[in-house]
Design a binder for this molecule. Structure first.
Ligand code: PMP
Length: 393
């Protein structure tokens, strides 16, 4: 992991520092620092001023089921989903805010496993491989008696209740996914962290029972630690709120206010965008991501050592045209079965190897969300691999 001292952009500094050409580049995490220039360009448009006497109470909206959710954030979340058209947010859906969607994932596991469950055994939690590497870690961490990690959904053959995590677009491989187990007694968590126009075509409004979104990947503000769940079932929402009460008595109001402001500004810019206007955040993000993917594909094609998945073009309702997906991670594979993560480490590129995601080590996951300098250095080093290897490794 990148230590704070190693990080190329210190949180206190405003401009990225130059990266020494021989330093290790860490692309193992999906830290979305690439969006910082956009937000810097926005100047004070998203500045929030908080006085010493503001936001002191635990409570935000005592009459609401999610009593710690600030009404401003609730409104901003629903508005942005309506503008983008990526999720159903009708009035009968509950919004539950969390300290990142990481906390909400655990809140959902608690909510689903503590419902009237005829099984005395822990509820099985599965996801189709390759799956987001945090799911097994978060599920197993506290050795809960309520739920347990049961691995790859494709291999799951137990009877009874289970929870399947459906991540779409998927982390790590960027594919569009649906549930694979599809059996009686199954409950689904849809993790839609990357269902935003900069990463994929918005093909319809997601309307699943439990949907997780995160401020981190939507706008790049990972440090605010804001995520939200959109939940159909009232009892599930109540249990999630209960979990939040016990684990952190709510969510930082400073963060909520900042998130509300930024989401409002994005939605407003999307509504007001036109040919003569500045590009909105998602257009900017998609352009940048597409450029990066194009450059990466070019390098991979030229050096012949690796392969990348191909993604179908699709019509994006938000952009009003066909678009190529540009996932947040590159799912790189060595053509001859070598350990891909180890190979890249020899060239001072740190990634997260396939075994973390439930598949073989010839795959590795590389963040596409780093700052420009890091991304460009990564491409340079990747391009050099063929020359060094001389085709005989
Ligand atoms: N789900 C997925 C699929 C993710 O990739 C991430 C972030 N890497 C998260 C959830 C967690 O996001 P947050 O920062 O909101 O905790």
């Amino acid at each position: 992991a990148v230590s704070a001292a190693n990080s190329v952009v210190s949180s206190a500094k405003k401009t990225p520092t130059a990266i020494p050409s021989d330093c290790v580049i860490n692309l193992a995490r999906g830290d979305p620092t690439m969006y910082q220039p956009y937000w810097r360009r926005m100047g004070d448009k998203c500045t929030v001023v908080i006085s010493g006497h503001d936001l002191m109470s635990y409570f935000s909206d005592p009459g609401n089921l999610c009593w710690f959710l600030m009404p401003e954030l609730d409104d901003a979340i629903r508005r942005l989903h309506r503008v983008v058209g990526n999720a159903v947010v009708d009035d009968d859906r509950y919004v539950v805010v969390g300290t990142g969607s990481t906390q909400l994932f655990q809140a959902v596991l608690y909510a689903l496993s503590s419902q009237d469950n005829p099984d005395t055994e822990p509820l099985s939690v599965v996801a189709a491989a390759p799956f987001y590497s945090s799911y097994p870690e978060e599920t197993e961490f506290l050795r809960s008696g309520l739920y347990k990690w049961a691995g790859d959904a494709y291999a799951f053959d137990k009877d009874g209740a289970y929870v399947e995590c459906v991540t779409s677009p998927n982390n790590p491989d960027g594919t569009i996914r649906e549930a694979v187990v599809n059996r009686e007694g199954g409950k689904l968590i849809h993790d839609l962290a990357y269902y935003w126009p900069q990463y994929t075509a918005i093909t319809g409004k997601a309307d699943n029972d439990i949907m997780l979104f995160t401020f981190s990947k939507a706008t790049g503000h990972a440090g605010s630690r804001i995520g939200w769940a959109i939940v159909k079932d009232k009892e599930v929402a109540i249990k999630m709120v209960k979990y939040m009460e016990l684990s952190s008595i709510g969510v930082s109001k400073e963060s909520q206010l900042r998130a509300a402001k930024i989401l409002e500004v994005i939605a407003e810019d999307c509504v007001n965008s036109g040919p003569e206007k500045e590009e909105n955040f998602f257009e900017y993000g998609h352009r940048l991501m597409s450029e990066r993917w194009e450059k990466l594909r070019e390098v991979v094609k030229r050096n012949g050592v690796f392969s990348l998945p191909k993604y179908p073009r699709d019509f994006c309702n938000f952009k009003g045209k066909d678009t190529d997906p540009s996932p947040a991670f590159a799912w790189l594979k060595t053509k001859d079965g070598l350990n891909c993560d180890n190979l890249l480490r020899e060239f001072k590129i740190v990634t997260r190897g396939g075994t973390n995601f439930g598949v073989d080590s010839d795959y590795t996951r590389i963040s596409m969300l780093s700052v420009d300098e890091e991304f460009n250095l990564f491409l340079e080093r990747l391009a050099a691999i063929k020359g060094t290897m001389n085709g005989n490794y």
